[in-house]
Design a protein around this ligand. Structure first.
Ligand code: COI
Length: 329
């Protein structure tokens, strides 16, 4: 079977070579550094399996075209799969999986953002550059005195909870499918979303982007939140209604915001756009605030996670063929 992998980055080449060498007999693999799109979809002709990352948006039309060209297996080598019309693929009999790289990198990054937000690190680092060593506006809060609301207790949310356990903060968790082991812990309490939103000083998001989670942080939710709330999002930009968040930063209801993701980030994040005129006004506007920390979708970007995404992604195609793929959707 021929497999074609898209969106290969330079830093993934070594892992790609290892993964290619480990494919079972009967499989051969090629790659493209570009995203998969209408422009290059014809290159999948003759490939039963394709592997994409987070930027190849596979609408129903693109999925249908891939199917016409013979694609029967789609391996998404990231956790999020909101960019692929999985339902349409499954209707056509295409098997689709995502990847479950270890949650530790993203969870550690989350805790870092929480602490940076609470300790006003962005403003402190900015001021260093201009010899401003004043304390004004840098008064922080101690995590041990606060309540952290963790939205989503899948692998990453659970690891964030584990990482937070040493800080002594109170933890509230929300998930439509609570984890039985977590539910038995004395150190946290599962609550409904409204209760979490109303009683947390820090809210961190670890849910996939779906119809039911799009804009879960919206004006209604923000109205119920505590004054000076800190919001952290390392999952998907569209979980947040950015306009509502901007208003709440302006009104100072939100005390700090840290986001590793942003709505419509594709084409911006992970690219060098230094000399370009960017059209994402909301990103440019939010970035100016001393209490808004934006990073360019790098929570996943660790040696371990990058290797794992490539190796698992490649191995997932034969695993789907054999019916042993643990992350098939
Ligand atoms: C994911 O795995 O879903 C991510 O968000 C990381 C992706 C940017 C490669």
């Amino acid at each position: 079977m021929n497999i074609r992998l898209f969106e290969l980055r330079d830093d993934e080449v070594a892992a790609y070579m290892r993964a290619a060498a480990n494919l079972p007999a009967g499989y051969s693999i090629s790659f493209d550094t570009q995203i998969l799109s209408e422009a290059n979809i014809d290159s999948v002709a003759g490939c039963e399996g394709i592997i994409i990352n987070n930027k190849s948006v596979m609408s129903a039309a693109l999925v249908e075209r891939a199917h016409e060209l013979g694609v029967r297996y789609i391996a998404i080598r990231c956790v999020g799969f909101n960019h692929v019309d999985v339902k349409r693929a499954q209707e056509l009999g295409i098997k689709v999986c995502n990847t479950a790289y270890p949650p530790y990198g993203v969870a550690e990054f989350t805790v870092m953002l929480i602490l940076m937000a609470l300790r006003r690190c962005k403003a402190a680092i900015w001021r260093q550059q201009v010899n401003d060593y004043s304390l004004d506006g840098l008064l922080g809060r101690e995590l041990r005195t606060l309540t952290v609301g963790v939205v989503g207790t899948g692998r990453i949310g659970r690891t964030v909870i584990d990482n937070l356990s040493g800080f002594g903060c109170k933890i509230l968790a929300y998930d439509p499918y609570p984890n039985a082991e977590l539910a038995n812990r004395d150190s946290l309490e599962y609550v409904d979303m409204d209760t979490l939103v109303a009683n947390s000083d820090v809210i961190t998001l670890h849910v996939p982007l779906m119809d039911s989670t799009r804009a879960i942080i919206n004006a209604d939710a923000i109205a119920k939140m505590r004054e000076d709330v800190t919001i952290v999002n390392v999952s998907r930009g569209e979980l947040i209604d950015t306009d509502a968040v901007i208003e709440a930063i302006e009104s100072e209801k939100i005390g700090a915001l840290a986001m590793d993701v942003f709505e419509d980030e594709v084409g911006i994040y992970h690219e060098n756009r230094m000399h370009d005129i960017l059209a994402n006004r909301k990103m440019a506007y939010l970035r100016q605030f001393p209490n808004v920390l934006l990073t360019n979708h790098i929570a996943f970007y660790t040696d371990i996670d990058v290797n794992c995404m490539v190796e698992q992604g490649v191995a997932a195609v034969p695993a789907m063929v054999e019916g042993t793929c643990a992350t098939q959707l």
